[in-house]
Design a binder for this molecule. Sequence first.
Ligand code: PAF
Length: 279
Amino acid sequence: MEVFDTLTKFQKVLNKNHTNRTIGCVPTMGALHDGHLSLIKQAKNENDIVVVSIFVNPTQFNNNSDLLNYPKTLEADLALLEQIGCDIVFTPSVLEMYPHGEVSESFNFDGLELEMEGKFRPGHFDGVGTIVKRLLEIVKPTNAYFGEKDYQQLLIIKKMVSELKMPVNIVPCPIFREANGLAMSSRNERLTAENRDEAILIYKCLLNVKSDFKKKTIKELNYEVEAIFKNHPFFDIEYFVIADTQSLKPAKSIKPNLEYRAFIATYAGEVRLIDNIAL
Ligand code: PAF
């Protein structure tokens, strides 16, 4: 496995040794868990070589303490990547990725950025778009892999790639869960053992919504979830939304020709968690 922290060396090796090979790219912010590893395994199966980037992107954090507290475990990450047979790791510095200052580009995501996460994390998706565009331009992968846990991010990246006509296939990967159902996330690291147990309520609640989806109205489902989380001593919910899977607009009623997902974001203690489920 080769590890590069500068653009020039990394691109030199890519251009010299890997032309005419299919490249699978898995962009990450590190603190790798089994969810990331499942993306990397899929990338390995579907491409000649796999490039994983590890970069905690400052422009997608709208909250400085979230950025400062984001887990950084580079040594352990590299050991995991070596073990799993990753070919190349790119671990650039902030200066390398933002030589002209930490500023986001502005994108037209067709309103996708205004829903859910966009309401609570202003500027977040422009930050994600900026860094993913830059990584895709550098790596020039055949396929790039993104998890459905960040479903809104996945749609936004697909939209960006199609608007900019970037020659890359965006591959959605299913949510990977811990044995108790909690969606895997680097932020789970910051939960205490007790908090982790409590946090399984998020998935339980999504499963209830899924099983009641055809039996109840959207209003009733929203009410049910609100009732579970309202005044809960441990959770501070930001949103629960049932939305159609293309526009992400909140559904008022269920239309037979559309597909829906339920989305949730909540603080569990100090830690912000998101999850979603196909209905
Ligand atoms: O999902 C993430 O880890 C990040 O948003 C990404 C796609 C690596 C961009 O920084």
